[in-house]
Write a protein that binds this ligand. Sequence first.
Ligand code: PLP
Length: 445
Amino acid sequence: MFPAELRDKQYVWHPFTQMQDWVSRPQKVIAAASGIKLIDTEGIEYYDGVSSLWVNLHGHRKAEIDQAIIDQLGKVAHSTLLGLANIPAAELAEQLVAIAPHGLNKVFYSDDGSTAVEVALKMAFQYWQHKGKPGKQKFIALEQAYHGDTVGTVSVGGIDLFHRVFKPLLFTPVHIPAPSCYHCKLSSDPATCGMQCAVRLEQVLAEHHQEIAGLVIEPLVQAAAGMIMSPPGYLAKVRDISRKYDILFIADEVATGFGRTGKMFACEHEAVAPDMMTLSKGITGGYMPLAATLTTDEIYNAFLGDYAAKKTFYHGHSYTGNPLACAAALANLRIFSEEKVIEGLHCRIDAAAVKLKAIARLEHVGDVRQCGLIVGIELMQDRSRKVPYRWDQAVGANVCEQARRLGLIIRPIGDVVIFMPPLASTVSEIEAMLDIIEYAIRETA
Ligand code: PLP
């Protein structure tokens, strides 16, 4: 065993991992990377089929981002945003505002997706205090939502496996049904259902809007739920309903932002301008932890006053607006415009769609969901009757293990195989990765 693996097993506690299982099996230790491949300590290369947890966009060791970080290291690695400004954070804020949906003119930095959403929740809560509507204290969230792992974001989460154990510690949101056509319990026909899942939001708000601060939603794709994808029109509809009942609309674009869905932001697909938008993951091209909560002048202005008015937003972290991370993010945005990344996505998305058609025909594939370069392949023991595998069969995990033996790193969510390759993957790399997935499903499911 390599010393790094030994040390890891002795000292590291891995996230979302049953450590008893982890330490009992051989594990891969990543030592290097090149392009869209990760390389382990034995020199074996793997396609990074989940973009190192949905963050990597332009591949690893992208020269422009490497250089931007090196250049910034020659200036200053970190200085606080409490009482000081820094050049990359100021420049990045301007650029984020320029590309964000209309009206999002202010940027509040934090460090990861969870803190970006946590900031949005606290900001929304405090906003209504300042607006003289202190009764607006509750949030609406979607069933099976995932917005992070801090106490606030777990509160608005809805994935039983992750969130139930913490219930006594949490505040309670109002949950509305997830727009999950494949598993819909509200209607048997998505073509004629009239989007009952969105209607439910209107019903809740008609009765309770005076108590509701905001709705938090993953636009288009509920990622950690297993890539649940909302039907066309759903996002715009829930946005309209939120506006009608005067609640804040918080779009959590942590997973969907920065090109993942085929546009820069998922909200663009339905011309939605949220009151707040949370960003992280791809913001630095997958290089460094950084997050941002964007909001409107209306919300920002509600926090203005002298200190005695106690309207200050008392929230911030040690590394908020870290110059190295902001420099990486600026390089990321430069690559988007210089390499026309969004324009180049169409052929990649189409190539994936062609391969996915074949995968959808496999005996144990129940549903294939694709939005841009976000893919969820849901496995079923009996697909005609939608009978899932037993939990202890761990079929999703087994498929991913098989794929790893064939040189592709992917991770399942239950029995949904997730494929989320770097945006820079070429058409032939995408095809090669999906061939591996097809083979692994055939052999294992
Ligand atoms: N929001 C969404 C939509 C996510 O998918 C995630 C992570 O997967 C988060 C928030 C939390 O982000 P982080 O893991 O960076 O805290």
